[in-house]
Each structure stands twice: as structure tokens, then as C-alpha cells.
Design a protein around this ligand. Sequence first.
Ligand code: ADP
Length: 213
Amino acid sequence: MGSPGAGKGTLAANLRTLNAEHVSSGDLFRREMKRNTPVGIAIRKTMKRGELVPDHLTLGLMRKWFWGRKSARGFILDGFPRTRIQAVCFDEWMETRGEVLTACVLLELSESETVKRLSQRRICPKDGTVYHLAHNPPRCEGRCDSCGSTLVQREDDIEEVIRRRYAIYERLTRPLADHYANLGLLSVFSAEIPQEELTARIFETFNLAPVPR
Ligand code: ADP
């Protein structure tokens, strides 16, 4: 869990050496949008406004992803659950599957830092590389370093929408931290520390080690 732009996706990518199955609800939605299905079109409207995709659609897509999927090394869920209803359903799924949640990581970032990060974020639509105009600019303006594609700004990365996403996070998602704290599963980290250090701290906190493939 984490506020928008806290680096959930980057952290999940940095944990790939654990060989766990990674799923990002935001990525599932963006994939659905590209396919232009009726569900994809509905999702696009909601995401563009910076609002959460309705629970029934989120739960439908996530359930479809989970169904029948097994992973000896477990799962990393990035951006799900984000509402009370999603958390309750997820607890039920785990019970049905005979699996348990082992940790909930919350990445925290202030609103002003979130706006700074996201309004200057640019993304390569082809290979997904993420740039920041001030801190990590591409070598050649507007072009991806690795594939040369024209970089784009996510539709929901404009200031007004970022602020709405942050407010929704505080109202609907942040309170879930209590649910996981009560279960003794919550660990909170500042998302202001450099990514490599954050990844190292996560490995240390949970006593993790890379898994040979
Ligand atoms: P961020 O966390 O930076 O907002 P994500 O890629 O995780 O980026 O999510 C992008 C958007 O996708 C969210 O603003 C929201 O509209 C939608 N979304 C992602 N996960 C969920 C979820 N679990 N429930 C509802 N909407 C979601």
C-alpha cells in the first residue's frame, strides 16, 4: 500500500529476485484500457478523474487474475486492496485458498512530495521505463534512452488529478492500515528514502533472501 507515486511499482520490481508472482491492479487496468473493452472504457473515465475504479470492477479483474493461479514463492500485490470492501473480500479469498497474508508494507509520502514527483514523471509507452524531468531525465529530451520512443505523461499525472488521488488515498486507503496493524502485519516505511535503500531495508526487515531461478 502507499500513496500515489510512493514507488509501489518500483519496489515490487526491485523484489523480483524473490521469484514471487507480482500483480499491480493499476497495470491490470491500464492493460484493459488498451484493449478498449466496455470495462476498459469505464475504467479510463474513472482513472482520468483520479478516482478509484469501482469495487465490483476491481474485484472482478483481480479475482480473474487470482483464480487458479498458484505460486510456490507467494504473491506481491501492488495497489490492491485499496478500500475496506476490497480488503474484506481479499481476506475471504485467502481463507478459501488456504493461504495467509504475511505482511502489509505501507509506503508513506507527503502530499507536496507526491505532486513534485508525479507532475514531472514521464513514461515510455513501449517498455515502461519511468523518468523524472528533474531527477532522472532522459539523455535526449522527450525520448526513451533504451528504445527511443516518445515519452508520455500519464493522463492522471496532472496536478489537479494528483491532488484528488492523494485525497482519496487518505480517505479510503490509508485507514486500511489500522486493519493490518490490528492483525500485526503492518510495516510502515518512508518513501522519501532512495529506492535502493528502501529495498535493502525491506529485505532486512522481513529476513528475505534472493531466490536462485
Ligand atoms: P498510483 O498508486 O500511483 O495511483 P496505480 O497504477 O497503482 O498508481 O493506480 C492508478 C489508478 O488505478 C488509481 O488512481 C485508480 O484509479 C486505479 N486503481 C488501481 N488500483 C486500484 C484498486 N485496488 N481499486 C480501485 N482503483 C484502483
